[in-house]
Design a protein around this ligand. Structure first.
Ligand SMILES: Nc1ncnc2c1ncn2[C@@H]1O[C@H](COP(=O)(O)OP(=O)(O)OP(=O)(O)O)[C@@H](O)[C@H]1O
Length: 274
């Protein structure tokens, strides 16, 4: 049986208002219950795409569907209800530094539910247990390593039992061992909690090892979607450039800019290329 994807983008075009198109007719799907990874060049629109899914931004045209509903057409209450079903963990998903680990994880529960404190305690300890940090409940964020802080942020992101969890570069700044642990943890949580995960990552090796579905975003468009194996073995030069991390290839290096001659006041001489 074909399960409909939890998130789907249909012909989405978006720009920030400076006239430049960041995402150009992007269509992709995030399969339910799977770990999907979004890869692509820096500045290619990956974070923008997560923010469109979260409803923080609205597409200029096209549709962003979450569980079959058009995110761009939701009113405030609808958007609020939808966001309750999503956990988001952004790059430096900062913890509240003046609160203990326990209180950080309890925060969304105290803020968004009317659960009793004894119940909140059980949920917090369960979530901390899931990330291996039940014993660290009384520590302050300043006493945690980078990898531990990331795991506490993760426990906080799953406190309200989201269906979708989005990670923006969850591995940046982690050493190779913490990175492997974090990648495995994302996989484990996805499977044990029945989540759907979508992450943006530049760490191809670790993410390919735990992902089911890869989306390659290049020059504002979807260059390819498929399994890690399909992406790894693609013969498309653009995809090969990503997979082999080669500096040379069809991926644009320059952010769109006025011609060099215009910026530097150089008048091209006849016969000389600017
Ligand atoms: N708030 C904003 N206002 C204007 N332009 C923005 C804004 N946020 C991002 N951009 C531009 O949109 C483009 C895409 O940015 P985005 O952060 O989505 O890329 P990314 O693929 O996540 O990059 P990275 O991998 O470096 O994090 C970039 O050119 C960026 O300069």
């Amino acid at each position: 049986m074909n399960v409909p994807p939890l998130v789907e983008l249909r012909g989405v075009t978006f720009g920030y208002g400076d006239g430049r198109v960041v995402l150009d007719d992007v269509s992709l799907h995030v399969p339910r219950g799977k770990v999907s990874v979004l890869i692509g060049t820096s500045g290619g629109g990956k974070t923008t795409l997560l923010r469109l899914i979260g409803g923080q931004l609205r597409a200029r045209s096209g549709q962003v569907l979450f569980d079959g509903r058009d995110v761009g057409a939701l009113d405030r209450d609808g958007l609020y209800a939808m966001r309750r079903r999503m956990g988001m963990l952004f790059q430096f998903g900062a913890l509240f530094t003046d609160m203990s680990v326990f209180d950080n994880v309890a925060f969304p529960l105290r803020e968004h539910t009317r659960l009793s404190e004894p119940l909140i305690r059980d949920i917090v300890l369960m979530k901390l247990h899931a990330v291996g940090l039940r014993g660290a409940r009384d520590l302050m964020p300043g006493e945690l390593s980078g990898g531990m802080a990331r795991r506490v942020a993760l426990a906080r992101a799953i406190a309200l039992d989201p269906e979708l969890i989005m990670y923006d570069e969850p591995f940046s700044g982690l050493d190779p061992i913490s990175l492997g642990t974090a990648a495995r943890l994302i996989r484990q949580l996805n499977d044990t909690l029945g989540l759907t995960s979508l992450m943006v990552s530049h760490e191809l090796e670790s993410t390919f090892a735990v992902a089911d579905h890869i989306v390659v975003l290049a020059n504002g468009r979807v260059a390819m979607q498929g399994t890690p194996d399909e992406v790894r073995h693609s013969s498309d030069p653009l995809i090969r450039q990503y997979v082999t991390a080669s500096p040379d290839g069809p991926v644009r290096f320059h952010h769109p800019a006025p011609p060099v001659a215009q910026d530097f006041g150089v008048v091209p001489q006849q016969g000389v290329r600017p």
